[in-house]
Write a protein that binds this ligand. Structure first.
Ligand code: GTR
Length: 423
């Protein structure tokens, strides 16, 4: 069975999904057929959770490795964790803040991750934790003046980072996306790090990140079509953060959520799909190559994303730039790989580039896999109105406003985490 969507009677523009220009008209989305989620490559129909786990999930995961994000290599060597700073009176006394330098001594070319952890004081038990990367570094997430400025390469568009270097002007520039005190008061810890610690976000960034450091040919590596890209590297880094958290007695690492916004929402999905230690996977406005269906011609297209950001995905993914319909997977299948754990997909009304409707449809289509486990996914058929969160094991909302992470988003994530991580 293939799921067909017939959205209009107009003639379909041939391979509209290949356009570099974005469509914002629902009437021009066109027709598309999603790859069947519950039919295995050999044609077998998947009817039980056991069949899903034994047969279909591994093959879908492999398809994403082969065609979208690349294979994450097994990197030999033990991680080293160095505590570089502790404050027990952080955030006015409600939290303990630790800074931990994570390195891989077997790969000295990689400079490592500076993880920043805030955990609630006075709870008397290890805290469940939200784990996620930031665009601007720990000093941008926190407003606390003693958090060191990240010394690495920053994107030119970053606030307070002229000449690709962070300055004091960037302190707290991302704080509105990380309401640390609210999260702490809710009983959760927050672990974060700068994504550029793992790999700088530009086409040659891999040469200064873990991908070159872990490759035998270093910065001279010729990547094969299914080798990992930057999203794969960032996702790998998130798992290494969780490796540290498993050793920290303040943290209940068996109750961990991974969260990310936009390109880092694509990353949180890929991290959470591969690393089943995450009980909750949150995608905030992740759009194309994240939660949004690629076959829908709306907002950013595969062509556009692989042209603007060739380093994010494996190079095989560019094969689908001119025809998203030829891709053996679509993004509902990525969401389905989170089952039976909890997933949350958030959209924003003014973030049309990310195709909010396509993000919802992914969650809705993926819900068939939760059903195999006797669970309910989004639990609704119709795209909900703005500011009306829905969902059981797959949470979804579209809120008013732009492409961002807001207090409203966090309010929903905390409620959802209370239901799913605490269980
Ligand atoms: C955009 C990109 C999106 C999204 C966003 C972001 O330019 O087209 O896919 O990832 O960047 O990460 O801010």
């Amino acid at each position: 069975m293939r799921t067909a969507f017939l959205l209009l009677a107009l003639p379909v523009i041939a391979s509209a999904q290949s356009a570099t220009e974005a469509n914002y008209d629902e009437a021009k989305v066109g027709t598309y057929t999603l790859p069947a989620l519950l039919t295995a490559l050999d044609g077998a129909v998947i009817e039980t959770s056991d069949q899903w786990l034994a047969k279909r999930r591994p093959e879908v995961l492999e398809l994403f490795r082969e065609h979208v994000y690349g294979h994450t290599p097994r990197i030999e060597g033990e991680l080293k964790f160095e505590l570089t700073g502790t404050r027990t009176d952080a955030l006015g006394g409600i939290a303990t803040r630790k800074l931990v330098h994570i390195t891989l001594p077997s790969k000295p070319a990689w400079k490592g991750i500076d993880l920043m952890l805030y955990s609630p004081n006075g709870k008397g038990k290890p805290a469940p934790v939200f784990v996620g990367l930031s665009f601007g570094g720990n000093h941008a997430v926190s407003t606390e003046p003693d958090v060191p400025l990240n010394p690495r390469w920053m994107r030119p568009s970053k606030t307070g980072a002229p000449g690709n270097k962070a300055t004091e002007d960037s302190r707290g520039s991302e704080a509105s996306r990380w309401p640390l005190a609210t999260i702490i008061q809710h009983g959760y810890a927050v672990a974060t790090a700068y994504y550029g610690d793992i790999e700088p976000d530009h086409p040659d960034g891999w040469k200064d990140g873990i991908r070159a450091a872990a490759s035998a040919d270093g910065a001279a590596t010729q990547w094969r079509g299914n080798d990992w890209g930057a999203i794969g590297a960032w996702a790998w880094g998130i798992s290494r953060m969780l490796d540290y958290l498993e050793t920290d007695r303040d943290i209940d690492a068996r109750h961990a959520a991974v969260i990310g916004h936009s390109r880092l929402g694509k990353t949180s999905l890929w991290a959470g799909v591969q690393d089943e230690r995450f009980g909750l996977v949150i995608s905030n406005d992740s759009g194309e190559g994240g939660a949004a269906l690629s076959r829908r011609y709306f907002g950013e297209t595969t062509k556009r994303i692989t042209t603007s950001f060739p380093h994010w995905f494996c190079t095989n993914y560019t094969k689908y730039a001119d025809d998203a319909n030829a891709n053996p997977v679509d993004q509902h299948m990525l969401i389905s790989l989170i089952a039976p754990r909890a997933a949350y997909i958030a959209s924003a009304e003014d973030d049309k580039w990310a195709d909010p409707h396509g993000e919802f449809l992914s969650g809705k289509e993926a819900s068939a896999v939760w059903k195999l486990f006797g669970k309910t996914g989004v639990g609704v058929d119709a795209w909900p109105p703005v500011n009306h969160p829905v969902g059981d094991c797959v949470g979804y909302h579209i809120r008013t406003g732009k492409h961002d992470v807001t207090d409203y988003d966090w309010e929903q994530y905390l409620k959802f985490a209370d239901r799913h991580l605490a269980r």
